[in-house]
Design a binder for this molecule. Structure first.
Ligand code: NCD
Length: 307
């Protein structure tokens, strides 16, 4: 297994063994497993991460910044491309070439599918895809896998109900592809009509469950999932009134689910989860976001060949 110098563009570029190795490395950064107070500051001291955020972000951007600094890296970059020379007409590729010259790792989020791949094609240094439009979000998937593994101690023989917009939701695309690598999993993509999973992301473990979202609780009761993975209905990809696609889970939803079923969400949530569910012990979306830090510390250390 070789991680040094590697790009993280598509979840399918990683084998099951490689994914498990990344998750195992993340444990070294997780206070749930590491009791020593030893700092990780010397791991990548002197290295620079460039964060190029062409699209808004809270968790992904801030957790990458935090992870980079926790392992001693400096950070440069932008989250407002209008404040760069792209405003003057500089191309995406030239912008990447320039940032490549100033950093050791590029972390990129961009509204267009395959933009991270385009960046990797011109960059010499590792490129980490922090979300390329409606395509994929592989580092989110790694933290999702980590969260599932931490909860159940396994990544196989699980039933996952993904709820919301399967069509445009990059975290569901990559999670479905990742779960297919492990044996005996079944993914149910619960969505309103018109927002089903695109064919290229459907594995043979995936099943579309197209419903009127007002029937969500009954549908979940029939599926009996181990994990509910909820997601936003992203209005940036949709035209007109999205109210017919929206749904809301609440404390009441838990009555329809198996006792052990956990509720995940990559966040941000809008109305999909009533805050009255937040204190339920099986609502783990905030812990999930925290896990993103450990995964990103691990990934940066691995692609820099420092761990
Ligand atoms: C997700 C994303 O950006 O794809 N958020 C995240 O990175 N945690 C989900 C979303 O935008 O709804």
């Amino acid at each position: 297994m070789k991680f040094k110098g590697r790009d993280v563009i598509d979840i399918n570029d990683f084998s099951k063994e490689e994914l498990l190795y990344i998750l195992k490395t993340a444990k070294k950064f997780d206070p749930a497993f590491v009791k020593s107070k030893k700092s990780n500051y010397t791991i990548a001291q002197g290295k620079i991460a460039a964060l190029l955020f062409f699209e808004p972000s809270t968790r992904t951007e801030q957790s990458f910044k935090s992870a980079a600094q926790k392992i001693g890296m400096g950070i440069i970059g932008f989250d407002d491309p209008e404040a760069t020379s792209m405003h003057k007409g500089e191309t995406f590729e030239d912008t990447i070439r320039i940032m490549d010259a100033y950093a050791d790792v590029l972390i990129i989020r961009h509204p267009e599918p395959f933009s991270a791949k385009r960046a990797a094609d011109v960059a010499q240094i590792p490129v980490l895809n922090a979300g390329d439009g409606p395509n994929q979000h592989p580092t989110q998937t790694m933290l999702d896998l980590y969260t599932i593994l931490k909860t159940f101690g396994k990544l196989d023989k699980l039933k996952i109900a993904m709820v919301g917009n399967q069509k445009h939701y990059r975290t569901m695309h990559a999670l479905s592809a990742a779960m297919f690598k492990f044996s005996g999993n079944k993914i149910y993509g619960i969505s309103p009509k018109g927002l089903e999973m695109p064919a290229e992301f459907k594995t043979k473990n995936y099943e579309d469950v197209t419903i009127d979202m007002r029937k969500l609780n009954q549908t979940l009761a029939e599926i009996k999932p181990d994990v509910v993975y909820a997601g936003r209905i992203p209005k940036e990809y949709m035209k007109g009134d999205i109210s017919k696609y929206t749904y809301q889970m609440s404390i009441k939803t838990m009555e329809f689910l198996p006792k052990h079923c956990i509720i995940m969400h990559p966040l941000p949530r809008i109305d999909e989860i009533d805050p009255n569910l937040d204190t339920h012990p099986n609502a783990i979306y905030f812990a999930q976001a925290r896990n993103g830090l450990y995964i990103r510390e691990a990934l940066l250390s691995l692609v820099l060949g420092r761990i």
